[in-house]
Ligand binder design. Sequence first.
Ligand code: PLP
Length: 386
Amino acid sequence: MYGRFKDHLEAQLEQIRERGLTKTERVLTTPQGVEIRTESGAKVLNFCANNYLGLCNEPRVMAAANYAFFRWGYGCASVRFICGTQQVHRELERRLAEFLGLDDAILYSSAFDANGGVFEPLLDETCAIISDELNHASIIDGVRMADLEDQLVEAREAKFKLIVTDGVFSMDGTIAQVDKICDLADRYEALVLVDDSHATGFIGATGRGTHEHCGCIDRVDLIVTTFGKALGGASGGCVAGRREIIELLRQRSRPYLFSNSLSPAITGATVEVLKILGESAELRDRLMANTRLFRQGMESAGFRIVPGIHPIVPVLFGHLPDDARLARDFADALLDEGIYVIGFSYPVVPVGKSRIRVQISAAHTPDQIAFALDKFQKVGGRLGAI
Ligand SMILES: Cc1ncc(COP(=O)(O)O)c(C=O)c1O
């Protein structure tokens, strides 16, 4: 039997190759961080990790993981409701809820799982989910906010309505206008879920996320977020929300009920990350200062970037000929110059919108940012991009 299936798979793989869409993985020989090495050679500066606060290799976070590892063991060998809930899991849930400004939180193995487990228990076919998948950019600017309103009108008869949006759109680094979304939600009696995976820990005055940034911290009903980016970068995620919502998810959410507990080491380390964030805004401030430095430097050099304040800085090539090839060649040339970034083109972004997505970290030094700017300028001049 496998022969025929093998042919079928090989044909698909060939198709992916032919369309130039094969994703290759560069293998690191070092821990994740600002300075990394790949199997193919020299040390490079990493400008494409989600390591926004530089915590993925932070000694205090690693020590907390180490402590939790010995205090609570390597693994739970159980789902939460059988015998997989340790005090450290409840502590993390309490701290997450407090940090995010909601009643309670529930842990998942990833934010992907959290998103996969949040809708089915809460809503059925009589309800409407209005998701940014349908109108991704619609929540970004005022003009398109009308699209959201149209959809709310269309969903008028639904028993319950839930608006789902990314807090930060990850290909653009644009921050959703969560306050305006909440206004519409109030007007049309809808609930609001924000996926703040690219915001928790550093967006908003104390890093609580886009709801803090937009001044509507008590108006969002549900937040999904990840521990795999700013909050240490290991893995895991959660849904935070109003008490009854979280209670029902504990009873009914399939990835929670049928998947193993978050490992104690990650759980304990994430508790420590929240303590660090509660002690000072230093990391967040450094990240924002680094971001400003990089954004200003790129604009002065003549690059087109998506404007904003977020450490995701998309460098755009869509206005230049053969933009997909250019983005790829640009990223390859930067790697030769010691800067690790990735070019994105269709289908990850729309046709004609190819880009290099730079991600700034609090762990970058101003010298490293200056070095990156210098290399961008050098390669940009050589490839006719500026
Ligand atoms: C907006 C958003 N939500 C969820 C996820 C998934 O997070 P995790 O890695 O915890 O599954 C990502 C990851 O890239 C993301 O960008």
